[in-house]
Design a protein around this ligand. Structure first.
Ligand code: NDP
Length: 448
């Protein structure tokens, strides 16, 4: 019986059976690189092929989403739900509406989610879903009809004890409301089937803020671990959606200075710092149809850099909070040259493999998304428990709970990722800590 895993054989196996799904290969490789030595030191995991089984989703469904646009023209999109692993709780992970969505992207996100959810220590398995629908430029009615059509198929696969989706890129409170309304209508049940709900119908305080705030708490813990703090730090941030704006807000609250935000059109640079008032304007502005971050410059000054990313701007810390693979090796070199201390991923897998290697080799502290952005799903877990218990926790209580979740994740990463006097290897730490709980549950179930 095999009691060792060979990394390169394992990756060949993954690549062969998932052809063309490059971001999925990338996500699996990043985890396997850290956990294979751990598995080989604990052969009980290799004997039952835990890693091989973790790299295969429990199931993936794809379905047609037909709907009529405002001109009466019929549109056809493809919806998905990847239920990756429910060993430690119901599947849990966001829904993404973006034209780049395909099965490989959702498999990468669902795989990552399994480890992230495990790190929160809450009982949640990993899943992810979405559609290749582009909400940009669509009217409110079109978005509503799309969400209703999407849920008319998705409802068969989800449920409060089965699979509890949330938002992600292109899916915020409005879309969750439309999907929740349709689920309630079809099933005639009011349940915690989705998180990120409005406060009036079972949502949790702090859910909107949790991912961005949590990422900055993680940054705070990393800096504290080396005797430093966020105060006075210049922060370069990408994205201008939910995660980015709340990350900027928490940087401000901790005495730092966010100087950039971006969208798919480019980035804005405000050397004076993006104040709370300016952030509030961005949050309001970006909810409007077709609104662009470039409009900030007309309102407040600073500069706009079309089709560029912000990583060349001098900074002390960087928070990529837009999308996958948005920070490459050259960007990492710019950050290193500018003496950036820490890179913390608010988005999922925003740094390429080469960028991570460059950052870690140069001694820059690097926090992978599965640890640093777990605050969002952590708060979703608390939304689920409030729904199940039919109770409502207050802001102060949830704020403290989020802070503790992030501190505990940091501690777990340090426990598994510290080596000698060198910087903590947060990739190794997060992967091993996340892996162990899921693997031990799978061990308990036997071969299923
Ligand atoms: P939003 O839809 O609120 O915002 C996404 C932002 O990223 C927008 O500014 C968008 O710009 C930009 N963006 C999207 N695609 C691209 C692209 N290809 N190139 C450049 N910019 C792009 O999403 P969220 O803030 O919720 O999510 C951002 C990231 O955080 C994602 O990786 C998501 O998976 C991750 N995440 C989110 C969580 C959450 O709670 N929301 C939880 C954990 C992780 P534009 O408006 O031009 O499209």
């Amino acid at each position: 019986m095999v009691d060792q895993v060979n990394l390169s054989d394992f990756m060949d196996w993954v690549v062969d059976r998932n052809p063309g799904e490059t971001v999925f290969h990338q996500a699996v490789h990043e985890v396997a690189e850290s956990v294979v030595p751990f598995i080989n030191a604990n052969p009980v995991y290799a004997k039952i092929k835990v890693l091989h089984r973790m790299a295969e989703p429990d199931r993936s469904v794809s379905f047609r989403v037909s709907w009529a646009d405002d001109n009466g023209e019929v549109q056809v999109n493809r919806g998905y739900r990847v239920q990756f692993n429910n060993s430690i709780g119901p599947y849990k992970g966001g829904i993404r509406f973006h034209p780049s969505v395909n099965l490989g992207v959702l498999k990468f996100l669902g795989f990552e989610q399994t480890f992230k959810n495990s790190l929160t220590r809450l009982p949640m398995g990993g899943g992810k879903g979405g559609a290749d629908f582009d909400p940009k430029g669509r009217s409110q009615h079109e978005i509503m009809r799309f969400c209703q059509s999407f849920m008319t198929e998705l409802y068969k696969y989800v449920g409060p004890d089965i699979d509890v989706p949330a938002g992600d890129i292109g899916v915020g409170g409005r879309e969750i409301g439309y999907m929740f309304g349709q689920y309630k209508r079809i099933t005639n049940s009011f349940s915690g089937v989705l998180t990120g709900k409005g406060l009036e119908y079972g949502g949790s305080l702090m859910r909107t803020e949790a991912t961005g705030y949590g990422a900055v708490y993680f940054l705070e813990d990393m800096l504290q671990h080396i005797g430093d703090s966020v105060e006075g730090k210049v922060a370069v941030i990408s994205g201008s959606g939910n995660v980015a704006t709340h990350a900027a807000e928490k940087v401000l609250q901790l005495g730092g200075k966010p100087v950039t935000l971006s969208d798919s059109g480019g980035f804005i640079y405000d050397p004076e710092g993006i104040s709370q008032e300016r952030l509030d304007w961005i949050k309001r502005h970006k909810t409007q149809r077709g609104a662009r971050i470039s409009d900030y410059v007309n309102e407040f000054g600073g500069s706009f850099h079309a089709n560029q990313r912000p990583w060349g701007v001098p900074c002390n810390v960087a928070l990529p909070c837009a999308t996958q693979n948005e920070l490459d090796e050259n960007d990492a070199k710019n950050l290193i040259d500018n003496k950036c201390l820490a890179v913390v991923e608010g988005a999922n897998m925003p740094c390429t493999v080469e960028a991570v290697t460059a950052l870690q080799s140069a001694g820059v502290l690097y926090a992978p998304g599965k640890a640093a952005n777990a605050g969002g799903v952590g708060m979703s877990g608390l939304e689920m428990s409030q729904n199940s218990a039919r109770l409502h926790r207050d802001q102060e209580d949830l704020g403290a709970a989020l802070r503790k979740i992030m501190r505990d994740i940091h501690t777990a990463c340090v426990e598994q990722g510290a080596h000698g006097t060198g910087p903590v290897d947060y990739v190794k730490g997060a992967n091993i800590a996340g892996f162990k709980k899921v693997a031990d549950a799978m061990l308990a179930f036997g071969v299923v």
